[in-house]
Design a protein around this ligand. Structure first.
Ligand code: MG
Length: 164
């Protein structure tokens, strides 16, 4: 069997005035934030889905349903931690993760080092294994109108090496 597994993830959340904006496990000061059952961290949710998809372990909604009160306002870093546990239990390790955040405002590039450091620590991987990129949508569509924020993630997993 192929020792490598590729996965992709995508997530969107609606933005509303006066809500906190959490991205990549970091709070970003802004007048608008995500409307969600959890803390609405789209980047973490996309990463979780990429990891789960690569291991063929269904999706984030199956493992952490938004109808379950246990996940109300939950810190999405806990979901990522649990996702990594599921992936490792299935016999896989993350090779690398590459992501894109689509957000019109604010510019998040100055927060990316903190996001990478935060998430790498949660995932127990090296910062060099996690890439976070950002783009606007040139004022087009729901991202461009600042109605929402979206994130894409891809990952490759490899079979855990047997202890020698
Ligand atoms: Mg989500």
């Amino acid at each position: 069997m192929c020792p490598f597994r590729i996965g992709n993830g995508f997530d969107v959340h609606r933005l509303a005035d006066g809500r906190p904006l959490w991205l990549g496990g970091v709070h970003i000061p802004h007048r608008r934030g995500c409307v969600a059952h959890s803390d609405g961290d789209v980047l973490i949710h996309a990463i979780c889905d990429a990891l789960l998809g690569a291991a063929a372990l269904r999706d984030i909604g199956v493992h952490f349903p938004d109808t379950d009160k246990a996940y109300k306002d939950i810190d999405s870093k806990r979901l990522l931690e649990e996702t990594m546990r599921l992936v490792r239990n299935a016999g896989y390790e993350a090779g690398n993760v590459d992501t894109v955040v689509c957000l019109e405002e604010p510019k998040i590039k100055d927060y990316i080092p903190a996001m990478r450091a935060t998430l790498a620590q949660v995932m127990h991987i090296d910062v060099s294994q996690l890439s976070i990129k950002a783009t606007t949508c040139e004022q087009l569509g729901y991202v461009g109108r600042q109605e929402g924020v979206a994130a894409y993630a891809v990952t490759i997993l490899h079979r855990k090496l047997e202890d020698s």
